[in-house]
Design a protein around this ligand. Sequence first.
Ligand SMILES: N[C@@H](CCC(=O)N[C@@H](CS)C(=O)NCC(=O)O)C(=O)O
Length: 185
Amino acid sequence: MKHQRTAQATYRAARELDAGARADWVYHWKSPELLAANPLGMIPTLQEAEGRRRVVRESLVCVEFVDEIAREAGSRAHPLLPPEDAFERARLRVAAERINKSVTSNYYAALVREDPDERSAAFQGILRGLEEFTAESEGDFFSGSEGLSLADCVLLPYAHRLYALEHYRGKLVLNCQFTFFDVSR
Ligand SMILES: N[C@@H](CCC(=O)N[C@@H](CS)C(=O)NCC(=O)O)C(=O)O
């Protein structure tokens, strides 16, 4: 309901803005600063606040980057990739990429595609991704029970909003036995 109201308010605001009158209004507006840092205009894009204003792109690389600079700054949080185990780092990177493809891409396809078969195929892709994730998990988290890993960080934002699929797509995609859990508690 909250999402529906937000969507309606956004639609009204877009109409009032007279989108057709804006030369830079093409699906998503992208700030000149974002395009200067990343010509693809993709999020996430990180940029140094000062100095050489270096840029980091691509979500998986950004997550690793933030974890590394936090450690360099003295963070004692559980590392997303274990510094002492190259095999586990490799396993986590492969798993993170796979989740990015199975859950992340299919999440948007299940929401945006208009063809029910395409939506259903996307939803099945999400389920397969979740099953693989569960089968390969080695504890409360993907890499054991000590703390989050890179793979968990890729899945969590989508696991957290899986309910939106049920809300917007209902039985069109939920053509299978599946229970949605509230992971926010
Ligand atoms: N491969 C990129 C994909 C990033 C991506 O798709 N970002 C979306 C937001 S979640 C975006 O910027 N969409 C705007 C657009 O497609 O113009 C990554 O993993 O960072």
